[in-house]
Design a protein around this ligand. Sequence first.
Ligand code: ADP
Length: 305
Amino acid sequence: MTLAIDVFGLNKSFGDKHVVQDFSIQVERGRICGFLGPNGSGKTTTLRMLCGLLTPDSGRGECLGFDILAKAAEIKARTGYMTQKFSLYEDLTIAENLQFTARVHGLDRRRARVEDALHRLGLAERRGQLASALSGGWKQRLALASATLHEPELLLLDEPTAGVDPQARRSFWDEIHALSARGLTVLVSTHYMDEAERCHEIAYISYGRLIARGTAAEVVARAQIVTLRGEGPGVDRLGAEIDGRPGVDSVAPFGAALHVSGVDRTALNAALEPWKRAPFRWTEMDPTLEDVFIKLMKTSQDNFH
Ligand code: ADP
């Protein structure tokens, strides 16, 4: 097993805000690791520290075999970084954007690299289009082509599919998996559950702390929560009444149904007793990753306050 990321006890504060706390993680090469958690929980700050873009206040470790404190330049040279605000030049064409990136990075074989990226990402036929004229999905492809032009070993994606339609998201993820199959390690922050499920493993961060880690199935199994799904007219409007009752950890409407979760099956069923009658029906179901995240978020909030 070769590790792409191997860091221990990273901390970072901005002023009196302790944004990342004792963060340790190991990620194998060629894996896709998703970073999830509420806004402001420190995902971007963590990603930036892992690849030498930001220096931690304390902690140590290696990224791609290089010390994150002493060898940041080596790591940066081998890392591709794509944020949700794609940094493209709107008044350049697709091909010109890539040629420009190749020059800025001082890459060799520029023409071949640009041609390869254009074909790999299906951009060849649109090479002459101005970036400003592209839809969100095509801009995102161009941004990915640009971020991988120097053939990085590590790719950081910070909410890369925000505002992109589902079909474009799907083909984007197909490409991410193709890159990972060739050995690229990918760290991606996302708010989408379907994307979390497409990662090989996930890391859930809340208030600067890593609170869950593993494959999606492992994270769900370890949470040990019981979820009851309520159906029937108006059940989705019972949330406020049910939430906060003893035994109920979280309540979330899913379409016309209501998911109610807790760790103690007996207490959960007792809490729902008043509504166990027509027109409502309750069935126990396997919790979804989203049920687990809602619970993790609530628990970490409670621990924090
Ligand atoms: P996330 O990616 O999970 O939304 P971030 O890592 O972007 O979280 O931010 C975590 C916290 O750190 C936020 O409260 C944010 O305002 C703060 N923060 C991030 N970068 C800076 C900075 N350069 N200076 C001051 N505060 C910052």
